[in-house]
Design a protein around this ligand. Sequence first.
Ligand code: SF4
Ligand code: SF4
Length: 395
Amino acid sequence: MMKLNQISNLSKIIDECVHCGLCLSSCPTYLTSGLEAKSPRGRLLIMNQIQENPEVLDKEMLQHLNTCLDCRGCETVCPSGVEYHLAFQETTNIINKNQTLPFLSTFILSEIKNKKILPLIKWVVWISKKLRILSLLSKLGINTAIQGNSIPVNKIEDLLKIKSGIHKTNQISKGLIGLYTGCIMNEWFIKVHKSTINVLNTLGYNVFIPENNICCGALHQHSGDSGTAFQLKSESENIFKNCDFVVVNSAGCSAELKSNNTKIKYLDIIEFLNSVEIKMKNSWNKNIIWDAPCHLSHAQQLATTTTELFNKLKIEPISWSGQEICCGGAGNYTLIHPQESEEILKLKYNQLLKYEINYLVTSNPGCHLQLEKGRQLYNRNFQIIHFVELIEMIL
Ligand code: SF4
Ligand code: SF4
């Protein structure tokens, strides 16, 4: 049963919706399904029904709620300032108190917390890539193989953990930055961490790398397990107590880490790069598309910061419609809702395929994997890189 204060909070948020429908065209699940129940406005109505009488919750309502990506695209365009994600979070917490999560979700969340399966997967992927098994199975259209093939572990260096401790700049140090290594980033995106250290060192900062894997708890939070999310966030706090601030190169993690009151100052890498002087050695003459992660543009409202950063770097990414729509990656969404995820990916690629580009740039591991999956499915030969890899090329 719902507690009274939960009901009043939820009802306050829901009441702010004036049903104008301005959010519909920003909602990927509405765009792909055409169903009002799969729109922000429709979902708020379902939440309202549940708060009035929790017993009305049935399989269909649950499915409409569960297929929300929590991308927060609806919040950016909402003129009434409806904090959709808070209503969604409260409703998910309440539903999960009365129901157990599906087996696959529980398994993924527990493995992320226990940190055992991610290292194993990267080795299996690397060996299968070396033996060309993954590319063969991917060409046959086998979904798991395409997903595995999207994990960017291609060279042996991509598998080897970065030395913990302080990586020193060879200039007079401007300060000590902690790098939030994370769970997926720290296993599957080691090359991005290496580029981040390199960029930060070149800009004159020492970089602290923690010894153990850390996790921000974003996936747990989105699945309604706020307790574990809070525990994971608290565990990692102590680790960075000697740093001036902590830089996060995954937009999903930076959004999550900033969502709690904390003694640590967390900065998304985009925010940090925009705040410092960058002297470029090389100019940029390749065609790129920037695909802003939802957790950067919508959850952290850093779209303008990114534009300022591109201007500062004198790089002009191709302007395209579709960049503000989620790619369908959304943490473990692609595994839990494969069909919806692929329909949303198609929506994005319908726009992307209109352009000839050299690089597609992102700054979130979930988006990177999903966009790479699309690149393989649509047989394109551009490269997908993280924003720091782009900076590394011009520094
Ligand atoms: S834009 Fe905001 S107020 Fe309008 S329907 Fe969507 S959530 Fe409600
Ligand atoms: S969070 Fe994203 S998927 Fe969910 S209702 Fe809002 S726009 Fe739609």
